[in-house]
Design a protein around this ligand. Structure first.
Ligand SMILES: Nc1nc2c(c(=O)[nH]1)N[C@H]1C(S)=C(S)[C@@H](COP(=O)(O)OP(=O)(O)OC[C@H]3O[C@@H](n4cnc5c(=O)[nH]c(N)nc54)[C@H](O)[C@@H]3O)O[C@H]1N2
Ligand SMILES: Nc1nc2c(c(=O)[nH]1)N[C@H]1C(S)=C(S)[C@@H](COP(=O)(O)OP(=O)(O)OC[C@H]3O[C@@H](n4cnc5c(=O)[nH]c(N)nc54)[C@H](O)[C@@H]3O)O[C@H]1N2
Ligand code: SF4
Ligand SMILES: [Mo]
Length: 743
């Protein structure tokens, strides 16, 4: 008899609740969980393909260990022993910086990826940390760090209540949203319009999201910072600002007005390829809306002025009084956040506390640019990275210049990949540790709850018991921490106990904590949960803003794991509420509207006003049935319109002699590719589009479906030198390319 089980979908940031159909131990179906407190039954084609992905026959079932140059199946004991033999010895010989760590996107979609990497980094003592954030949202962390003193204080648009949404460089109808967790994002946009609200989309492509909009502006890629600066300048010059209660918590409005003085609509219009009237009208409409939210994503981040654009987005929210008010952009309060503390000055946020070895890139949020990983490995000299731990990452496809990285990885002394697939990156590992499939893993969204448009909390225990021979990813991470610390053989539960002990010791010693003076060991004994990670989750929930704080009185309604498990469809914690000034951590204790590193970048931005724009630039695109580099192996998601084609506007195609369906050669800094052309007028002229995550034609992988339709790797067009300098984020959108037909 088939049964059902609930599981939060890990395949994108929307975190929909799924109802899985299970026969024996196999997931045979997935539909939306109608009773889910947040997603209310919504599902997309990826969630519906959960079963196929979960049971993909190409998923590795056992660890692989390299012997005599070849990866062979091995036992877990052999795999961890190989790591214990290699990594501590390299650290002894060459120091902690000789080990690099790469953390990829799915770490934000697993419990393991949130609970253990900080412990791994501490155990290794390395500063060579590279993550997908520097291909993605690091500009937002940096701008939030500078504005609010906390790089994780990222406001999200109040989608369900706003009157006016200005959306830049995001296509949530295909991506289902990012840094804004909102199941059924498309439905929420339609609801915004149905209640009389206004949607304005800024995107060089007429995306499915743009098609839903009241107004679509298609500026030249990379020009968002200029456009946003002109919007802010107009608000300031026309006295349309109305920060309201924010004024008393904000410093630097006068300095801002002066710094943005030169960015008039007339000045930026040619560079943006918009009219000054369009820009002015947008500023006025934004100011006039009863409530409004400005929100930007990939197209506003992975560009040369990504940090400035990210900063200006919040500047607009602040100037219009929409930050931190219902209907504007608010800071969620997640159940595993630290409980709010009293307002007051904090430590602030600094950039460049250390620099990368080869190019001297400044760190941001303790990370170095992923685009610089290859040179840190292949450039000789002291401090070179000789060993790499890669967790849930496929940088050979997702980062610039995969060919160079490919060669660099092949030259490492030692590499570990924690990955379910043998793919373009993990094929270089000496040890591959494959996590159990999602149906066999518990799930909690530590990360996405902090970006959710409604406060809520949900937990999925494993839907299917752990199969014989499989290892839960949490245990893999815990054992990895032990193996690199010279403690291989210790019970992995010790890693969780240490983490719990450290948190409780800190809380019990903290004069501001409700637990001050209590006995950490006694509290640890009270934790619920059948595993180390569950106990850690219980601790975070109980200490969090909705937690029971270990209150002695039973029957209270404070949160903990037991209470959460009694609500399998989740617990709704209400709409987003204002959180200022409590969350500010700047040195001044106020919003610092014009931080020094930003002020120093503005002249460079102004300099671009006189640049001659490139004739042809490239932007990316996402397809609903795809996800970065790793969903091309599921037959239900492959094929159809999910193809790696180069979209070209009909006028450009005619000018360059390109024909729909025929190949063209595209060339840029990092190399050239042959790719089939798709002529479409959904792009503006002067812009071509190629999706990322393709190029599955390297030998030595085990991706039978993906390898049959490999596509090309767009990131081979980049050499890794184009970065947003403040955040170290790679420029993945708006870089110049040349196109020629292939006869
Ligand atoms: N040109 C261009 N490049 C881009 C982008 C773009 O827009 N344009 N987008 C960028 C963005 S936003 C991102 S986030 C990055 C993503 O790039 P990466 O961080 O490299 O992530 P993915 O490509 O999604 O690869 C994920 C890896 O994790 C593995 N994996 C899947 N599930 C699990 C799991 O449960 N546990 C573990 N341990 N591993 C798992 C997969 O097999 C795969 O190897 O790509 C970036 N690259
Ligand atoms: N189906 C699917 N969903 C996904 C993913 C996926 O690969 N597939 N990836 C997930 C990940 S890791 C992330 S980070 C999110 C990303 O979520 P989104 O940011 O919504 O993703 P994109 O679809 O890449 O949207 C970026 C848009 O920016 C536009 N753009 C490019 N350059 C510029 C520019 O200079 N200015 C402006 N204004 N627009 C520009 C592009 O045309 C594109 O439409 O999606 C997540 N969800
Ligand atoms: S929208 Fe995202 S979370 Fe929801 S079902 Fe689709 S992939 Fe899963
Ligand atoms: Mo991403």
């Amino acid at each position: 008899m088939p049964r059902t089980a609930l599981r939060i979908c890990p395949l994108c940031e929307a975190t929909c609740g799924l109802t899985l159909t299970i026969e024996g131990t196999t997931v045979t179906g997935a539909r939306g969980d109608r009773d889910d407190v947040f997603s209310r039954g919504f599902i997309c084609p990826k969630g519906a393909a959960f079963g196929g992905l979960d049971a993909d026959p190409d998923r590795l079932r056992t660890p692989l260990v390299r012997r005599d140059g070849r990866l062979r199946e091995a036992t877990w004991e052999e795999a961890f022993q190989a790591i214990a033999d290699a990594v501590p010895a390299l650290v002894r010989a060459y120091g902690p910086q000789s080990v690099g760590v790469v953390l990829g996107n799915p770490n934000v979609h697993t419990m393991a990826g949130q609970l253990y990497p900080p412990l791994l980094l501490k155990a290794l003592g390395t500063r060579n940390l590279f993550t997908a954030s520097t291909l993605d949202q690091m500009p937002k962390h940096v701008s939030s760090g500078l504005l609010f003193g906390d790089p994780f204080a990222i406001p999200v648009p109040d989608l369900d209540r706003t009157d006016f949404l200005l959306l830049l460089g995001a296509n949530p109808v295909e991506s289902n949203g990012s840094l804004c967790t909102a199941p059924d994002f498309p439905g929420r946009l339609k609801a915004l319009r149905a209640r009389g609200g206004t949607l304005v989309v800024v995107d060089p492509r007429r995306t499915r999201t743009a098609k839903l909009a009241d107004r679509h502006l298609a500026p030249r890629p990379g020009s968002d910072a200029l456009l946003l600066a002109a919007l802010a300048q107009t608000l300031l010059a026309e006295e349309l600002t109305d920060p309201g209660v924010l004024a008393e918590h904000t410093q630097g409005i006068g300095e801002l007005a002066e710094a943005l003085g030169g960015f008039t609509p007339e000045a930026v219009a040619p560079a943006c390829d918009l009219t000054a009237e369009e820009i002015r009208a947008l500023a006025r409409d934004l100011a006039a809306a009863p409530t409004a939210a400005v929100y930007g994503r990939i197209g506003s981040c992975t560009v040369e002025y990504g940090t400035l654009a990210s900063w200006l987005i919040d500047v607009l929210n602040i100037l219009t009084g929409n930050l931190d008010r219902p209907g504007g952009a608010l800071f969620p309060l997640s159940a595993t956040d630290r409980a709010p503390r009293p307002a007051g000055p904090g430590k602030g946020f600094s950039l460049g506390r250390w620099h990368s070895r080869v190019s001297g890139h400044p760190e941001a949020k303790a990370e170095l640019p992923l685009a610089a990983l290859a040179e840190e490995i292949d450039t000789p000299g002291e401090g070179r990275i000789r060993a790499l731990v890669s967790i849930a990452a496929n940088p050979v496809l997702s980062a610039p210049d995969g060919r160079r990285l490919d060669a660099a990885l092949a030259g490492l002394d030692f590499m570990v990949s924690v990955d379910p697939y043998l793919n373009e990156t993990s094929r270089h590992a000496h040890v591959v540790l494959p996590p159990a499939p999602p149906s066999q893993s518990a799930h909690f969204d530590f990360s996405f709850n902090t970006f959710a448009v409604r406060n809520q909390v949900r937990y999925s225990p494993p839907a299917v018991p752990l199969e014989d021979g499989r290892m839960d990813e949490c245990e893999i991470h815990a054992r990895l921490v032990l193996a690199v610390s010279g403690m291989h053989g210790t019970d992995p539960g010790a890693v969780d106990d240490l983490a719990i002990g450290a948190t409780l010791a800190r809380e019990c010693a903290d004069p501001d904590s409700p637990l001050r003076g209590q006995d950490p060991a006694r509290l640890a004994g009270l934790l619920a949960g059948g595993s180390g990670p569950e106990r850690r989750l219980d601790l975070m929930l109980r200490l969090g803003p909705y937690g029971d704080r270990f209150a002695a009185a039973p029957g209270g309604d404070g949160l903990g794991l037991d209470r959460l498990r009694a609500h399998p469809h989740g617990i709704d914690l209400g709409p987003l509420r204002p959180r200022l000034p409590g969350l500010l951590r700047t040195r001044s204790g106020r919003i610092e509207l014009l931080p020094d590193p930003i002020a120093a970048e503005l002249p460079r931005l102004r300099g671009t006003l006189t640049d001659r724009p490139a004739a042809l630039v490239l932007v990316g695109r996402r397809h609903l049935r795809s996800n970065n580099s790793w969903l091309h192996n599921v037959p239900a998601l492959a094929g159809g319109s999910n193809r790696c084609t180069l979209q070209v506007h009909p006028d450009d195609a005619a000018r360059l002699g390109l024909t729909d369906g025929r190949p063209a050669r595209i060339t840029a800094d990092g190399g050239s590719l042959e790719v089939p052309v798709e002529v479409t007028d959904t792009l503006r002229t002067g812009v071509v589009s190629l999706p990322h995550g393709w190029g599955h034609d390297r030998p030595g992988t085990r991706l039978s479906v993906a390898a049959a339709v490999p596509g090309v790797n767009v990131n081979q067009l980049l050499d890794g030198s184009r970065l947003d300098p403040l955040s170290g984020t790679a420029v993945l959108n708006g870089f110049p390319v040349e196109l020629t037909p292939i006869p």
